[in-house]
Design a protein around this ligand. Structure first.
Ligand code: ARG
Length: 481
């Protein structure tokens, strides 16, 4: 088929020479209205799939050659042409192209390279299985890049935890001081959340790694292409089992966006902690100057903008999950153009995380814990109330009774305006006589964290075990193709 036959008859007033390259048009008497063309054009978004598009096409050429659709010389010429197109695109060629999408642009450039032979490339293929293949290939690469960033952040949290192993801070429930914990323990709490994100990512990538190519527009391919060969050439784990599902399935897009939203939510919660902990009111940690910004009006300000943006960007990620599911929920069977929106969503989610993750990591790398404010915050007797009750329990008092006794003791201390340790024996005895059976309890933040020696607790050895487990977890690869 001559190249010109692929073009629709140009709209009135359009000179024939200006007819754009299109992958369709034979049954049309006019080209699309400019308004539709604008709406329909996805090149600005899907241009970044060019390398995957070429990769998929090169594999397709090989499969067509092995099935006898292309002669060996034809396949060699097409392959060499695709390589030249890739070189041109890598060099920034066709930057101002206004083709309908990346598939159209690549085919147009291939015509420039190999002439009419380019018209044989699309045999047995549709953009429906082509775009699904390109996008999955891209997602596998993006998943690996995300995993690397998540790992780097995890490693940073482990280094900080090792350094802060002997620092103690208050842990909060309801944003009220609850019990002392090691700073390392707080850091590790965020580490484990991000490790779950890596696990979820790895699990989702298993379902991404499925080959749609060979499914055609919806009903499969009428030429005997070897789909197992295609799968292997492109590095997928499996071949899609149903051509209708293969072109319509975007579950994996939703899953990856959810992984991004969950990760963004974790980063947002950690950012919120750090925004509070670095405030004048808490003063627990100093953020690196390079990750704060000033105010145009108030000379004293050092604002935690990076962390605030980590928190703010999570909002869009959360919205993207709803957008992806909404895109799918009403679609009839098969490919529908709505699916073109999938790329804006997933690209946006990945780009957002790839901005937030390095900034968050570097903020954490450069932050400095402040001994003085931490020590002052942790020497709050209320924090040790549970330890006092536990002490009574060890003296044989039922916990519920011990809880009441410590409450009475703290109320008395508050009334008298002294720390409980300064109350006379009589006051302790009044709260509970068991307090005076043996030496008066001596509790401290250090004793409190050491007492929690169970796995997952705050004792030094337990936290060191966590750090070791963290290193082992980081060594596991997300790539499970
Ligand atoms: N740009 C389209 C997309 O991203 C490519 C597939 C077009 N398929 C079609 N039948 N028009 O979904």
């Amino acid at each position: 088929m001559a190249e010109s036959q692929l073009h629709p008859v140009p709209a009135a007033g359009t000179p024939p020479a200006a007819a754009p390259h299109r992958l369709w048009g034979g049954r049309f008497s006019v080209g699309p209205a400019p308004a539709l063309e604008e709406l329909n054009r996805s090149l600005p978004v899907d241009r970044r799939l060019w390398a995957e598009d070429i990769q998929g096409s090169r594999a397709w050429v090989e499969a067509l050659a092995r099935s006898g659709v292309l002669s060996r010389p034809e396949a060699r010429a097409l392959d060499a042409g695709l390589v030249r197109v890739a070189e041109r695109l890598a060099a920034g060629d066709a930057a101002d192209a206004d083709d309908e999408d990346i598939h159209t642009l690549v085919e147009r450039l291939l015509y420039e390279e190999v002439g009419d032979l380019a018209g044989k490339l699309h045999t047995g293929r549709s953009r429906n299985d082509q775009v699904a293949t390109d996008f999955r290939l891209w997602a596998l690469g993006a998943g690996e890049r995300l995993d690397q960033e998540l790992r780097a952040l995890g490693a940073t949290l482990l280094v900080q935890a090792e350094q802060a192993i002997d620092l103690v801070m208050p842990a909060y429930t309801h944003l009220r001081r609850a019990q002392p914990v090691r700073v390392a323990h707080w850091l590790l709490s965020h580490f484990w959340a991000l490790e779950r994100d890596r696990q979820r990512l790895a699990d989702a990538l298993v379902r991404v790694s499925v080959l749609p190519l060979g499914s055609g527009a919806i009903a499969g391919c009428a030429f005997p292409v070897d789909r197992t060969l295609l799968k292997e050439l492109l590095g997928f784990r499996a071949v899609s089992p149903n051509s209708i599902d293969a072109v319509a399935d975007r579950d994996w897009v939703c899953e990856l966006i959810f992984v991004a939203a969950m990760t963004g939510t974790h980063l947002s919660r950690m950012a919120e902690d750090l925004i509070l902990f670095s405030s004048d009111e808490f003063g627990f940690v100093r953020l690196p100057e390079a990750f704060t910004t000033g105010s145009s009006l108030m000379p004293q300000k050092r604002n935690p903008d990076g962390l605030e943006l980590a928190r703010g960007k999570a909002a869009r990620l959360v919205g993207d999950v709803a957008a992806a599911l909404a895109m799918l929920k009403g679609l009839p069977t098969g490919y529908n153009k709505d699916l073109q929106e999938d790329k804006t969503l997933l690209f946006g989610a990945v780009d957002t995380l790839m901005l937030v993750l390095p900034a968050t990591r570097q903020t954490i790398e450069g932050m400095e814990w402040q001994d003085g404010p931490l020590a002052r915050a942790v020497h709050d007797d209320g924090l040790l109330a549970t330890d006092l009750a536990d002490d009574l329990v060890r003296r044989g008092v039922p916990f519920r009774e011990a809880h009441g006794a410590v409450g009475r003791l703290l109320r008395r201390a508050e009334r008298d305006g002294v720390p409980p340790g300064d109350l006379p024996d009589a006051a302790w005895a009044e709260a509970h006589p068991a307090f005076l059976a043996g030496p008066r309890p001596r509790v401290s933040p250090e004793q409190s964290v050491q007492a929690r020696a169970v796995p997952g607790g705050t004792a030094r050895a337990a936290v060191l075990d966590q750090i070791a487990a963290g290193h082992a977890s980081l060594a596991a690869d997300a790539r499970r193709r």
